[in-house]
Design a protein around this ligand. Structure first.
Ligand code: GLA
Length: 488
């Protein structure tokens, strides 16, 4: 048997007196005797250490590359104990199971769960871990009262840092301080408003924020999510191996578990486009594929610290457009409209904020490229300028169009990019994006992008027809602006 699957860490193994870091190395691990890895708060001196790092495989001999537990917030909020026995046993089993991966390759038939790109609001980019049931209830109220639900925004996505560990039966539980009434009661409330509830986990032992994740507990967690009434799972890929085969296997395992749960739960694959999720999302049972690393509240990345600006994500996603189709959508990450440089995680890594023109470009291009639309501003106080962008029904209609094709980028010049998206009624949405830092005069013959007729041209940001029987458009596109027209 796999002797190394279980480790025991007790007080004696921990040296908390010296540094901000608590490191556990292999000599600290007694792999031969115990059944469980139990880390309890009394093992940790939370006043001095900032981090408990256990690095695998060398420290634990499991298949994941990193296990990161940060006290105190990760260890004091729940019951004085985190039990992770099963996950280690199962990660051992998992590395063995890759031997049998070929037997799993046949796709499981799936129901169509996302015929249109999901729209909603996500906790992460503004609120990060500052979430609780009151915020979710107030946001649900604001989605209805502010007209967002009626415009198509349907989901409230609870992102990372909702978890409170596992109970003694290894059921995942919410943080009891943030969600004292439990997630089921919250889902009931959200559903009563005509909305849906999404939640977050990760295909490893711990999430990106270092909290309890679902590897080895997929069936159990999927059943728990179903019993709560969850409608969507964002499944992240922190602390997991780099290779694509393992990613596919882990996503397939969760997709199957969701399918077995008896509830329709949409699966968002969040491997940040690093393993070409767009190519295998459908095969493994997912509905959405994140295309890039995390969006930041900025036009483009100049600090090179890993965050992505609006233009960066457009440029990463444009070549993937051909993969979009009903049931399979790009996830270009959250809309940063309205954050203005004061959003939690969205304001690090160079997230200095955007102009209103740039926010309008984000909405335009997320709609043209058929992305998931996940707002992340504070919906309880939205300015008129932001409402004009987020609630523009004409641009949303382009995103939600029944044909389900994403725009093709036909022109890609430093001065302007041109995108064409065919729509179900035979018309076409045409976007002209100016990626440069100066206003540009643009003259576009529609025939040069494959549109050979004469068209009524509707400007979807001005909400009016600007030309009849036209075969070209000529005008100025401001720096970072995107014009969007529907040609009929
Ligand atoms: C990753 C994801 C983000 C967010 C955080 C939460 O960075 O890409 O969208 O979910 O994790 O920790």
């Amino acid at each position: 048997m796999v002797r190394w699957c279980c480790v025991d860490i007790s007080n004696a193994h921990l040296n908390t007196s010296t540094s901000h870091h608590l490191n556990i190395t292999s000599q600290h691990l007694n792999t031969s005797t115990s059944q469980h890895l139990n880390i309890t708060p009394q093992h940790l001196n939370t006043s001095t250490s900032q981090h408990l790092n256990i690095s695998t495989p060398q420290h634990l001999n499991t298949s994941t590359s990193h296990l990161n537990i940060s006290p105190p917030q990760h260890l004091t909020t729940y019951n004085k104990q985190i039990i992770m026995n099963k996950s280690f046993i199962l990660s051992a089993a998992l590395s063995l199971s890759s031997l049998f991966a070929s037997a799993e390759n046949a796709p499981t038939p799936r129901k169509q769960l996302a015929p249109k790109p999901p729209m909603g609001w996500m906790t992460w980019n503004l609120f990060q871990g500052n979430i609780n049931e009151q915020l979710i209830r107030e946001t649900a109220d604001a989605m209805v009262e502010g007209g967002f639900r009626d415009a198509g925004y349907e989901y409230i996505f609870i992102d990372d840092l909702w978890q409170g560990g596992r109970d003694r039966q290894n059921n995942i539980i919410p943080d009891p301080e943030k969600f004292p009434s439990g997630i089921k009661a919250l889902a009931d409330y959200v559903h009563s408003k005509g909305l849906k509830l999404g939640i977050y986990s990760d295909a490893a032992q711990l999430t990106c924020g270092g909290w309890t994740a679902s590897l080895g507990f997929e069936e159990q967690d999927a059943r728990t999510f179903a019993s709560w009434g969850i409608d969507y799972l964002k499944y992240d890929y922190c602390n997991a191996p780099e290779d694509s085969a393992t990613a596919r296997q882990r996503y397939r395992t969760m997709a199957n578990a969701l399918q077995n749960s008896g509830r329709d739960i949409v699966l968002g694959i969040c491997e940040w486009g690093q393993r070409q999720g767009e190519e295998w999302c459908e095969e493994v049972g997912g509905q959405l594929w994140r295309t890039s690393y995390d969006v930041r509240d900025m036009w483009k990345d100049i600090v090179k610290e890993g965050g992505m600006g609006i233009l960066d994500i457009v440029n990463i996603t444009a070549p993937l457009a051909k993969h979009a189709r009903p049931g399979q959508w790009p996830d270009m990450d959250m809309l940063v409209v309205g954050l203005r440089g004061k959003g939690g995680p969205s304001s690090d890594l160079g997230g200095v904020g955007c102009t209103q023109t740039e926010y309008q470009t984000q909405m335009s291009m997320w709609c043209m490229l058929s992305s998931v639309l996940a707002m992340t501003n504070d919906l309880r106080k939205v300015t008129d300028d932001d409402r004009r962008i987020l609630l523009n029904k004409e641009i949303i209609a382009i995103n939600q169009d029944a044909l389900g094709k994403a725009a093709e980028r036909i022109v890609n010049e430093p001065t302007h990019q041109v995108y064409v998206k065919p729509l179900a009624d035979g018309s076409h949405a045409v976007a002209i994006l100016n990626p440069s830092d100066a206003a540009q005069r643009v003259s576009l013959n529609f025939a040069s992008v494959g549109l050979n007729g004469k068209y009524t041209v509707r400007d979807v940001w001005q909400h009016r027809n600007i030309a009849q029987r036209a075969n070209k458009w000529k005008g100025t596109v401001a720096a970072h602006e995107t014009k969007v027209f529907v040609l009929k």
